[in-house]
Design a protein around this ligand. Structure first.
Ligand SMILES: Nc1ncnc2c1ncn2[C@@H]1O[C@H](COP(=O)(O)OP(=O)(O)OP(=O)(O)O)[C@@H](O)[C@H]1O
Length: 571
């Protein structure tokens, strides 16, 4: 029961072209039948009533042979195509699905696991559909027809073969099962290895700065060692399985040759029939041997499908559900918002505040008090556990995520860029053509014209992996220009602490001030000038707003704020 369910799911997920698959299967069966006719023709040619082998018979054998090759090639190609198409569909589905996962998934799972599922697991499925299914179909057809023909030709010899088949299986089955167990462990290990290795590569800076190379190499070596051990185990089983299979098959053939030879010498079996019989035996050896690999292939595919299906359980975002939001002229408010990432700890407790259009609201407070979490809620990466976020008095949940996020420009503390060109980074996610004039304008507003002028290829210069070819200040300005290009109504700024030198900082600060003009801005403030200029400051301690007002008001009423200003804020 379970088996059928899994298989159905695979086909449901990958949606193969059923008609084409039917035709390919039919062709595969036909090629097997052509192959079976050939020995019969050969028998007729040899035993044909004492006369010379006829030309027509010879030509028929050759024609059958050519037909078998042509039909089998066509069916093989069609099934490979179907397999590839299934993998293409599965990969597209997985990429679409994984990019829609809620942010929390990426904060827990290792990205390498996903990469392994999308590449390795789907490849297993392709191999199964493209190689094992054709083998299975032509194998079954060949086996069934061969057994019928053999019985028709000589039942005594056929009984010998049919009885010995299950005996072969008896030897193979336990070894096949062992092989499956090893291959499953290997697949899991490969996924883990991919995950860890991807992580090491993406944290190269940290690894180098902490002299962590040796530790990482050691960790990778351990994984490579266990893959080596599994490989050796698999090799051992195979090294027994292959000769054993050969031994059994050769034993069977020798027995049949001896018995058949004896019958020919006694005159109870015609030589042509004997040769045809032997050809049939050779024809079914392949399929019988391949059944064991099909069995283990199916088990692997089952594992792969299960892993892919697990992804269906992950919660995804529906970007388009809801009305299109219009922010112009509306207040943004938190109404008694409480939030917890998990059951262990409540991070924000009953937060309420209101930002009028184009006001600047600054969040100040000790590290870990929940400032970035507030941003996460405004971006709607997470939902409040209770309470609501309002736009013009209406719950933001009523509006589509896509239209909401279109209204928000986010400039993080240390801007990470995508690998690609400056143009790619500026226009990323935009669904329209952008002219160089527009890019010039936004780079100017972001005080970044000189970055583009300096680079030989201008906007088409590569920024390197995560923007590593640019300086921190340059990356910031590209990120600010990106925000300008979107013309967002709401701005989320996470001010840099001390990562930039004073000249860069001044330029970046100027760019940010340009950006903040005529936008409702929420800023995690680390600078005195920002809090002095802010319309409202929210002092957050352990997830609670303990002070609210202008800089002057808080200076007078809030002891910790006063202390904070003198110790934590720069300039
Ligand atoms: N994805 C997450 N899952 C679980 N807990 C989290 C997650 N992100 C943050 N936290 C926890 O939530 C609390 C508030 O974190 P947050 O990043 O909002 O603080 P912050 O005020 O922005 O701190 P900082 O000024 O140091 O950036 C911290 O205790 C943190 O450990």
């Amino acid at each position: 029961m379970e088996k059928t369910k899994q298989k159905n799911k695979l086909f449901e997920m990958a949606q193969p072209n059923k008609k084409l698959m039917g035709v390919a299967i039919l062709l595969s069966g036909m090629s097997a039948i052509f192959g079976l006719i050939i020995p019969l023709v050969i028998q007729k040619v040899i035993d044909g009533s004492g006369s010379r082998p006829s030309f027509a018979m010879g030509a028929t054998a050759v024609a059958m042979f050519l037909l078998e090759i042509a039909v089998s090639a066509l069916s093989y190609y069609m099934l490979t195509w179907i397999g590839l198409k299934m993998v293409k569909g599965l990969r597209e589905r997985m990429v679409k699905k994984t990019t829609a996962f809620e942010l929390s998934y990426f904060q827990i799972e290792k990205p390498g696991e996903l990469v392994s599922r999308t590449i390795n697991d789907t490849n297993l499925i392709k191999e199964f559909v493209g190689e094992k299914i054709p083998q299975l179909i032509s194998g079954v057809v060949t086996l069934v027809f061969t057994v019928i023909i053999l019985f028709y030709m000589d039942w005594k010899m056929s009984v010998l073969i049919v009885v010995s088949m299950p005996l072969c299986a008896l030897f193979m089955l336990p070894l096949g099962k062992k092989l499956f167990a090893i291959s499953k462990k290997t697949q899991d290990k490969i996924a883990g290895f991919t995950a860890d290795f991807t992580q090491v590569l993406s944290a190269a800076e940290l690894v180098k700065a902490s002299n962590g190379e040796a530790t990482m190499v050691k960790q990778m070596e351990d994984e490579i060692d266990s893959l080596f051990e599994y490989g050796k185990e698999e090799g051992k089983v195979n090294s027994i399985l292959q000769p054993l299979m050969m031994f059994v098959v050769m034993g069977l053939i020798m027995f049949i040759v001896a018995y058949g030879g004896y019958r020919v010498s006694q005159g109870t079996l015609l030589p042509g029939k004997f040769i045809a019989f032997m050809i049939y035996i050779f024809q079914i050896i392949g399929p019988v041997v391949s059944f064991s690999t099909i069995f283990s292939g199916y088990q692997k595919v089952k594992g792969a499908t299960e892993r892919i299906q697990e992804l269906d359980q992950v919660v995804t975002e529906d970007l388009e559900k809801g009305k299109t939001v219009e922010v112009e002229g509306k207040d943004i408010a938190f109404n008694n918002v409480t939030f917890a990432y998990n059951a262990e700890k409540t991070i924000l407790k009953n937060i309420s505040f209101k930002a009028k259009q184009n006001q600047t609201i600054a969040f100040v407070g000790p590290s870990g008090s929940g400032k970035s979490t507030t941003f996460n809620l405004i971006e709607r990466f997470y939902r409040p556990t209770s309470g609501e976020i309002l736009i013009g008095g209406d719950d933001v949940e009523n509006y589509s995520l896509q239209s909401w996020r279109e209204q928000i420009g986010y400039v993080p503390q240390a801007s990470t860029l995508l690998s690609g060109t400056i143009r790619d980074n500026l226009t990323f996610g935009l669904n329209r053509e952008v002219t160089d004039k527009e890019l010039d304008d936004v780079m100017k507003q972001a005080c970044g014209s000189e970055i583009v002028n300096r680079l030989p290829k201008g906007y088409d210069s590569e920024v390197g992996e995560r923007g590593s070819l640019l300086s921190g200040g340059e990356r910031q300005r590209v990120a600010i220009a990106r925000a300008f290009l979107r013309q967002p109504k709401i701005l989320l700024l996470d001010e840099a602490t001390a990562s930039l030198d004073s000249r860069s900082e001044k330029v970046v600060q100027q760019a940010l001030e340009n950006l903040m003009e005529n936008r409702t801005t929420f800023v995690i403030a680390h600078r005195l000038s920002t809090v002095v200029d802010a319309d409202k400051i929210l002092f957050i301690e352990q997830g609670e707003v303990t002070g609210e007002g202008t800089h002057q008001e808080l200076l007078q009423t809030h002891d910790l704020y006063r202390e904070f200003c003198s110790q934590q804020l720069t300039d």
